[in-house]
Write a new protein. Sequence first.
Length: 273
Amino acid sequence: TVSCQAIEKQLKMCGFKRNVDVLVLYLAGQGLRSVPSLSRFHRLRYLWISNNKIQDLTFLIKNYCLTELYLNNNELTDVSGALKHLRALQILLLHNNQLKKLGKTVKELKGMISLRTLNLFHNPLALDPDYRLYVIYFLPSVQLLDRKLVTQKERESALHLYNCERSCVMQSIAFGKRVNTPLGPALGSSRCTQLDRRLMIPSVWKHADNVHLLSSFCRVPFENPEDAVLLRAMTRSLMEFSSVDWSKVATCQERRLENKVEEPHEKLTIQFR
């Protein structure tokens, strides 16, 4: 067949005598409609089959070592069950095909934890209005999608769209602990009202004698995150540095010889809040 002849031609051009030595195979632009099983090349890592008329991918069933796979510009309508075993894949180009089902396609790629570059544009599934955010959320390892870098803002938008509860939890985390009140201002309240309700620390709590009461007060949730920041700033711990001029301090031998009471040394202490 044409595909077998194309494979043998490539092996001859590259001088491969053993199947185990084949790491790269270039079969692009050969007008192929099908490809025989490539299982004999079990160490194959780079495969180009772009610009053909491929409709079926069962020939890849044993090629677990693939890291780069170029399937763009073919006639693929479904990849279910054909790619999920390729867990080492880092680059996958599937643009310019006829893939229609976004959910099934993304589900097939979920196990590819090393996938960094993915192209799915110019497929019917890319017409879905939330297509890009859907792919970003369910394939978090992808960094370059359809030739565009995935931004942190897009990841946050995808999380909010497909996992709103977790998104709210992430936004409510402050100082290493979750605050169980929303970060935004309460409905019907103005900025002035929020400022008027700002929590103030009672003067009696400002003394070091009542640390327990103060620590309890710090655990109170805040409607306004600025209140939490203000209170944290007022109660943060002190850092103290002390400096002594050791040239004026007598050694143990000098103190024994002089046999007199040593005067207190000058010590400079600086505190940082």
